[in-house]
Design a protein around this ligand. Structure first.
Ligand code: CP
Length: 308
């Protein structure tokens, strides 16, 4: 099947078309026009980790397009008794039309996708979060009309979100500044690839350890949780290292009055972002969350309406 495990599984043209399709689907939904091209199609979802947005937006999106959803709990599948993920993927490929999976190790997702004969969508792995990026790009197009000349500042660690932003800048050629604490940089290979690709498309990827420097004149300030699922043992060290990287009123003032604040959510108010910033008029976090629905509907439609 055609898989979307990371943004780089899509071409720049694919991404631009998906975002346009998402805008059209958003309009169709606002006008309450029935549109059910996925009648008779089934999406199965396996969550090995907690989720609110991904779970609900995929479910509702699939239903709005006329399709069905099957949510499979890993604890009630035979995976829990030792059946391999690969065999599970082979079997599910005989029953359903696409599979959305949230898991930890990215290579676990890759093996599963290799065994499956239907499209597999990454609903968040330790390394990438392509669905979030599609929604974020939709949000940026809505706010700015274009990505040309845009500067996005990402404040946080070299996580799945940072990796995904690097891929977005690489593929679409905008400016990305990463402000990360020393020792929490994204993988060198991802960074170097992103830097050369972004440059070849008129953008750039810049890494710094100074959030203030990265914030000056940025169009977007983006942050993410300091302690992700699975990193609980590192909580104390992370809270100390990340304290100077909080997105607060001061950092937003270094940017500009027009700078947009973004967060993939869930947020930890008082840690990576202050209450006044996330609830302030520069914040677009609820639009981002809503856009998960529209962006994923576009993705489902492109994968399932005309399967290749
Ligand atoms: N942003 C995001 O993926 O949210 P959930 O973890 O709630 O799905």
């Amino acid at each position: 099947g055609r898989d979307v495990l990371r943004l780089a599984d899509l071409s720049p043209d694919d991404i631009v078309q998906l975002v346009q399709l998402a805008r059209d689907l958003k309009q169709i939904q606002k006008l309450r026009i029935p549109f059910e091209p996925l009648k008779g199609k089934t999406l199965a979802m396996i969550f090995e980790k907690a989720s609110t947005r991904t779970r609900v937006s995929f479910s509702v999106g699939m239903q709005q397009l006329g399709g069905h959803i099957l949510e499979l709990s890993p604890t009630t599948l035979q995976i829990s008794r030792g059946e391999t993920l690969e065999d599970t993927a082979r079997v599910l490929s005989r029953y359903v039309d696409a599979l959305m999976v949230r898991t930890g190790p990215h290579d676990r997702l890759e093996s599963l996708a290799e065994a499956a004969t239907i499209p597999v969508i990454n609903g968040l792995s330790d390394d990438y979060h392509p669905c979030q990026l599609l929604a974020d790009l939709l949000t940026l197009y809505e706010r700015f009309g274009t990505l040309n000349g845009l500067v996005v500042t990402y404040v946080g660690d070299g996580s799945n979100m940072a990796n995904s932003w690097i891929e977005a800048a690489a593929l679409l050629g905008f400016g990305l500044r990463l402000a990360v604490p020393p020792g929490y940089e994204p993988p060198a290979a991802v960074l170097e690839w992103g830097q050369s690709e972004a440059k070849s498309r008129g953008g750039g990827v810049y890494l710094t350890h100074d959030p203030k420097e990265a914030a000056v004149d940025a169009d977007v300030i983006y942050t993410d949780v300091w302690v992700s699922m699975g990193q609980e043992a590192e909580t104390e060290a992370r809270l100390t290292a990340f304290a100077p990287f909080q997105v607060n009123r001061l950092l937003m003032q270094l940017a500009s009055r027009h700078t947009v604040f973004m967060h993939c959510l869930p947020a930890h108010r008082g840690q990576e972002v202050t209450e006044d910033v996330i609830d302030g008029d520069q914040s677009v976090v609820w639009d981002q969350a809503e856009n998960r629905l529209h962006a994923q509907k576009a993705l489902l439609l492109s994968l399932l309406a005309n399967p290749s």
